[in-house]
Ligand binder design. Structure first.
Ligand code: SF4
Ligand code: ZN
Length: 711
């Protein structure tokens, strides 16, 4: 037997023994009926469910799984067979980790790791993964000889936007070396036991179930999905024991190459298991093995610039200065100008820079960005403007919230001390616009104003009128007023048969692609994910059914979906990929629908949580009665208008009601004259079961109760 297969089988057998013992102990302690589940998932024990179709819900289900796990360990001298033993280790690790959640509801409390990753987080990763904002996923485990060097690897991934999961003592090594951690920083510590690697394995596996619509039990399709569509790889550090090696074999079975820092000599398997002993080469080699290509943006500023810093929060105590609309006048504006009026790359500062104030300071800030280009359109101004939020946040030590004249921008003391000044903001804006919008912007100049009177002037006489014009344009932008809709197939890299149809009144279900965005995308990348659909061949106005839409969708999905309607949840509803902001599902008892946002963790009156409702659809499949959609679609006059529209909404989580309330009320007033419609809609504070909800709706005289039966 080769040294490698020997190690894999040794580790797999050890894990099998541990798992069996742990299962027996747990049953002896709690009995077979005791529930076993990971928190906030609709996929049971995901590895077991995806690989075998078995839904584990109680301890009594586990002995059979242990049996399956053991059967995967054939002991045969064959690498393929040994990789199966690696999968057995993954199953064993999953069971051992699940048992931790039997012992305690929050077994990772007090640990620096987070343990199980809930479904909504995976869904939220959909868009950044498909856009390439997160170009890959790294799993780093073990303990490196050189903590500083391994921390540089983590930072290397971080600046490239790679999502990195840490397992083992490497977590502390990274903390000691100042690695900023948490999902917001794209560096996620999972746990210290090697079994906690299961928490990233199940992320990949649930991606296949959520986005790929892989049938549970179809192991070959599952493995093909993770290999082809999940751009993950493993870096293992320190001494390799048999258990780590067999876990690595599990990763290889899923299609993830493993790079170790020790010299494995001739037991290396090119492309799957390789040694890189020079840690300065680990990042490059790992990316190369997974064919992850990253465009490094060299922006001449004194702090790091990477999407990984997007979620960084700067507290008041840590800030040098803030530009906060509630304290000082501010505004941000992108405007289209004639070429003659623009001097490319001119960055002007009017007023004093941030080195004239002492922390914590408040200053005014007006940012005027003037662009020109043959293909530039006024409609693209807000598309570029919204990007400022991201570009500011990508600067390490800068935080940005809001937009237009309502913003808050903070610069940390650390970034200030590194030398960050306003001209660097100008540099970032110029570089990013000329990069991302290269095909529409030929020249760009940036003016940053801190002089309060001049900011007020810019805000009131230039920016506000422009915002008003845009709002008027948006308000007038209806499905009737345009002659073109757009497809978006960005999510096909995860959900191969999914296609969004984006119209002025129905944005993409991720919430990130409006009709204007789609239009701009088409202009920026003519052969890209958004293609125009001529609004032709309306065969049913109520449903929003067009032959041109059907043709476009059928073509975009290679025939997987032949017909979608724009306005119905019951008849050929639009497909869902999995990254939707909200899920809408019908609740026949109340003759209406409930809408649940991804952030809501509790129960809904349908008897299902967000995760469970969400699992009813996705992967580019049409599921009448369930539909993923963006938040902003809720207040649209076209929202399930075929079934009666927003009058059907009977329940939403409180937070969602608060966020869409004003707009929804306005639409309700216009459509059916209701005052304060939002008050008639239930939420978790009044009902989480259908009976209580029905009583509430009756008391409020909710219009849905008087409508035709929804089905
Ligand atoms: Fe994905 Fe649809 Fe959003 Fe495009 S619009 S990114 S396909 S969810
Ligand atoms: Zn998606």
């Amino acid at each position: 037997m080769s040294a490698l297969t020997d190690l894999i089988y040794g580790g797999a057998n050890a894990v099998a023994g541990l798992t069996e013992g742990a299962v027996n102990d747990a049953i002896a302690k709690y009995g077979e009926q005791k529930e076993v589940a990971f928190p906030d998932t609709a996929y049971f024990l995901p590895t077991i469910y995806a690989a075998t179709g078995v839904k584990v819900t109680k301890l009594g289900d586990l002995p059979a799984c242990v049996g399956v796990l053991k059967s995967l360990i054939s002991g045969k001298e064959d690498l393929g067979e040994a990789l199966n033993a690696g999968l057995a280790t993954a199953v064993g690790a999953e069971i051992i980790e699940a048992l931790k959640y039997v012992e305690s509801a929050d077994p990772y409390a007090g640990d620096s790791g987070i343990g199980f990753v809930p479904d909504p987080i995976i869904r939220s990763l959909g868009v950044p993964l498909v856009t390439g904002d997160i170009p890959g996923v790294a799993v780093m485990l073990g303990k490196a000889d050189d903590a500083a060097l391994v921390s540089e690897i983590i930072k290397g991934y971080q600046t490239r936007g790679i999502l990195t999961f840490l397992v083992g003592d490497i977590i502390e090594q990274a903390i000691e070396n100042g690695v900023k951690m948490g999902l917001d920083f794209r560096v996620v510590p999972l746990g210290h036991d090697v079994t906690s690697v299961t928490h990233v394995v199940t992320v990949a596996i649930r991606a296949a179930l959520i986005f790929g619509a892989v049938t549970p039990g179809d192991l070959p399709t599952l493995l093909a999905y993770t290999k082809e569509r999940v751009p993950a790889f493993v870096n293992a550090f320190g001494a390799l024991d048999a258990v780590t090696v067999s876990a690595g074999a599990g990763a290889i079975a899923l299609g993830f190459p493993v790079i170790v820092d020790s010299d494995l000599g001739d037991i290396q398997v090119p492309g799957a298991l390789e040694s890189v002993t020079d840690l300065t080469k680990t990042v490059a080699h790992s990316l190369e093995l997974r064919n992850i290509k990253i465009k490094i943006r060299e922006i001449p500023i004194p702090v790091a610039f990477a999407s990984a810093f997007e979620g960084e929060i700067i507290r008041r105590g840590d800030m040098h200065v803030q530009f906060n609309s509630t304290r000082k006048p501010t505004c941000e504006l992108v405007v289209m100008k004639d070429a003659a009026d623009i001097e490319d790359h001119k960055i002007t500062i009017i007023g004093s820079d941030v080195d004239t104030v002492t922390a914590p300071a408040d200053m005014s800030l007006g940012v005027l960005i003037e662009v020109c280009g043959e293909k530039m359109q006024v409609d693209f101004e807000p598309v570029i403007e919204r990007k400022l939020h991201y570009w500011y946040n990508y600067m390490e030590g800068v935080m940005h919230t809001g937009q237009r004249n309502l913003i808050n921008v903070r610069i940390s003391k650390e970034a200030f001390e590194k030398g960050l000044r306003l001209k660097d903001f100008g540099e970032v804006i110029w570089c990013e616009i000329m990069d991302e919008f290269a095909s529409v912007v030929d020249k760009c100049q940036v003016t940053l104003i801190t002089d309060e009177a001049k900011v007020v002037e810019l805000r009131d006489s230039v920016a506000m009128p422009r915002y008003d014009e845009r709002d008027a344009r948006l308000a007038g932008l209806t499905d009737e007023s345009v002659d073109t809709f757009y497809t978006c197939i960005l999510c096909q890299s995860f959900a191969p048969s999914h296609c969004c149809v984006v119209t002025p009144e129905r944005l993409g279900l991720c919430g990130a692609v409006s009709w204007l965005d789609a239009k701009a995308t088409k202009e920026l990348t003519p052969t890209g994910p958004c293609q125009p659909i001529p609004k032709e061949g309306c065969t049913d106005e109520r449903l929003g059914k067009y032959t041109a839409v059907d043709e476009a969708v059928s073509q975009a999905t290679q025939g997987a979906v032949s017909s979608v309607t724009l306005y119905s949840i019951l008849e050929d509803p639009m497909t869902s990929c999995g990254c939707f902001e909200c899920i809408c599902g019908i609740i026949p008892e109340a003759n209406g629908v409930v809408i649940v946002n991804r952030e809501y963790k509790g129960m809904t009156p349908t008897g299902m949580t967000f995760g469970e409702l969400a699992s009813m659809t996705g992967g580019g499949v049409q599921t009448p009665g369930f539909m993923g959609h963006g938040r902003h679609f809720i207040s649209s006059k076209k929202f399930i208008s075929a079934e009666g529209g927003i009058e059907r909404i009977v329940w939403m989580p409180k937070e969602l009601k608060d966020s869409v309330g004003d707009k929804l009320n306005k639409t309700a007033k216009e459509l059916f004259g209701a005052d304060n419609f939002i008050d008639m809609i239930g939420d978790e504070t009044v009902a989480t079961d259908s009976e209580t909800l029905l009583a509430f709706l009756t008391e409020k005289n909710h219009p849905a109760l008087g409508m035709d039966p929804i089905m």
